[in-house]
Design a protein around this ligand. Structure first.
Ligand SMILES: [Zn+2]
Length: 273
């Protein structure tokens, strides 16, 4: 029986495999609604990335100086964020842009584009968007996206090593971990992440006393707007589908219980444009 000859590539391959296995063993986590997801990055690092991306957006996009839009959006955000978590200090910026868009990033950073006000036509619909975006952060979907992208890239490096085409594998792997992070944060959300944010978002908005039923109208408005010349940017990172409204309606009885309780406890936001 022949003993396979140990090639110079094998120690590196074993090292890459060990790194991947170690990452994965420490990385499997359960999301708020019980989904399994792989999270490779510490939240502190995700917050740093979120804050850097936020600053970049602020540098490149005009910030609205309209006091009405600012106080309106702050009023809604300030009603929701205390219901989310006490540890994060949330910041909201209103961008002066026709884009129908909003986002929330790790590190407690929220962006709302004034174009969204044309589609989210009342405080409850806007609360639905903001609650949904915040849920992407609390459910750590950014981390999951970045992690998935990183693993794909690490797998590519391992494949290259196997094929014998790479000499500086370790450096490249570590470099790609960073690249994976950059690419991942821009990827669209998956369907499971969207559903989870819809459900969590309903809980957040309802806890703050916003009418969760308006979330259904919001996505109807969004669909109607997408038949126009410029489809809403929000839909490009938040692919919608026919089951979204059905799933929201299915979750509505529970959300209404939360809403009615919040209202009876005096949570009656009255944010005006
Ligand atoms: Zn989403």
């Amino acid at each position: 029986m022949m003993t396979p000859k140990l090639t110079s590539k094998q120690p590196t391959l074993i090292m890459i495999a060990l790194i991947l296995v170690t990452l994965l063993l420490n990385a499997c986590a359960t999301s708020p609604t019980g989904r399994r997801q792989i999270l490779l990055f510490p939240e502190s690092q995700m917050a740093q990335m979120g804050i850097a991306a936020y600053q970049q957006t602020k540098d490149n996009t005009p910030i609205s100086k309209d006091s009405h839009s600012n106080s309106y959006i702050n009023c809604i955000t300030n009603a929701i964020t205390p219901k989310v978590d006490a540890d994060t200090e949330w910041e909201v910026t209103v961008f002066d842009s026709e884009q129908v868009n909003a986002f929330a990033l790790p590190g407690g950073k929220i962006g709302v584009y004034t174009g969204l006000l044309e589609v989210a036509t009342n405080q409850d619909q806007l609360a639905a968007v903001i609650g949904h975006e915040i849920a992407h952060v609390t459910a750590r979907h950014g981390n999951a996206r970045v992690s998935a992208s990183t693993l794909t890239q690490a797998g590519l490096v391992a494949a290259q090593v196997l094929a014998g085409g790479v000499s500086q594998e370790k450096q490249q792997l570590l470099g790609l971990l960073g690249l994976g992070a950059q690419v991942g944060i821009l990827l669209p959300y998956g369907r499971g992440q969207e559903s989870e944010s819809d459900i969590l978002g309903l809980v957040y908005m309802a806890s703050a006393g916003f009418d969760p039923r308006e979330s259904v109208q919001l996505w109807k408005n969004m669909a109607a707007a997408s038949s126009g010349k410029a489809p809403p940017e929000l839909l490009s990172t938040h692919p919608s589908n026919a089951t979204r409204i059905a799933d929201l309606n299915k979750a509505m009885p529970d959300a209404m219980i939360i809403y009615n309780k919040a209202r009876s406890q005096g949570e009656k936001p009255n944010c005006k444009k």
